[in-house]
Write a protein of this length. Structure first.
Length: 325
């Protein structure tokens, strides 16, 4: 089969090599899956660079979430068992962790429903307990993680403020349903949020960016607000002042979705049922901005790493070279 492999760490466009390799053999409790679509996540780029908390042995195939097909023809969602990741024609996964792909979504959309939407659901509902009528602020609202949070926030009845970088991403955020869109490149984020909330601030802030975005969050979080930290796409991990949280009465909540796989896997199944229901009634629909053939995976991962994409980019092995859509 064909698979992208990383033999030496570096930038995705250089580290990833498309090769002909042996089809992986599933171990005990694992299944072999034909990859129908593999969603690209920022951690794929971090793994190529050696900067992610999970460091698979070299060589490895990136790709941490797929929509795959079992040998008996079932369409499922899975997190491939590294080092045999999803940017390949076949992958292996834990049989117990397979989730049925929602009928309402195509392969690429289904692949994109998994980590980003589960993270959003756990962050907004399990950790922050977002309520209808509250104001939700989402950083990087047009990105893969942020766009999921925007849709889930709207589905929960929240008023959503989206922060983006650039006019193109602002247009995407509006299409996603943001009630207010702030372009951090041309606007003062802090002043704009205060104006949009009458000086009160945001009840829940969803931050996959870190760095300056977190500093802004601390200045615009409302009384008894909650800041949900889900990642550091900026590359900068902030060091928050705890006395500030005390003075303003707000909470800082961390979310590592992967822990639920071992700590409380039943919640992941429950979350998937909730997401499937929302997808079935059209309340959420992953924004897949680009579908690329397997040969285009390395370049696509690099674009995600560079922060120039919107929504999700999916690798679809059945597409012919040059047939990106």
């Amino acid at each position: 089969m064909q698979a992208w492999q990383v033999h030496q760490l570096g930038e995705p466009s250089e580290a990833m090599q498309l090769q002909e390799v042996e089809r992986p053999q599933p171990g005990e409790g694992q299944v072999l899956l034909k990859v129908r679509a593999a969603n690209i996540n920022f951690p794929d780029a971090l793994m190529c660079r050696g900067h992610y908390q999970v460091r698979p042995p070299l060589p490895f195939t990136p790709g941490v979430e797929i929509c795959g097909e079992t040998e008996d023809g079932r369409r499922v969602l899975a997190n491939p068992a590294l080092p045999y990741g999803g940017f390949a024609e076949y992958a292996v996964a834990d049989a117990r962790a397979l989730l049925p792909a929602p009928d309402a979504l195509d392969d690429a959309e289904a692949a994109a429903l998994h980590i980003g939407y589960q993270t959003g659901w756990f962050g907004l509902h399990r950790r922050a307990h977002l309520e209808a009528g509250e104001t939700l602020l989402v950083h990087a609202a047009a990105g893969g993680v942020g766009s999921a949070a925007v849709q889930l926030g709207k589905a929960a009845g929240a008023r959503v403020i989206g922060v983006v970088g650039g006019a193109d991403k602002a247009a995407v955020a509006r299409e996603l349903g943001c009630d207010v869109v702030i372009d951090r490149r041309t606007q003062d984020v802090i002043a704009a949020v205060k104006e949009a909330t009458g000086g009160r601030g945001a009840d829940v802030i969803y931050d996959p960016v870190g760095g300056e975005a977190y500093a802004q969050s601390a200045k615009v979080v409302a009384f008894e607000g909650r800041i949900v930290v889900v990642g550091f796409a900026s590359g900068t991990i902030p060091s928050p002042a705890l006395n500030h949280a005390l003075v303003k009465n707000y909470s800082m909540l961390g979310l590592h979705w992967g822990l639920y796989n071992t700590k409380n896997p039943k919640l992941i199944q429950h979350c998937h049922e909730q997401l499937t229901e929302l997808a079935a009634r059209g309340a959420i629909k992953p924004l897949v901005s680009e579908r690329v053939p397997l040969a285009g995976a390395a370049a696509a991962v690099q674009r995600v790493a560079d922060g120039v994409t919107t929504g999700r980019v999916a690798v679809v092995p059945s597409l012919e070279n040059g047939a990106a859509a």
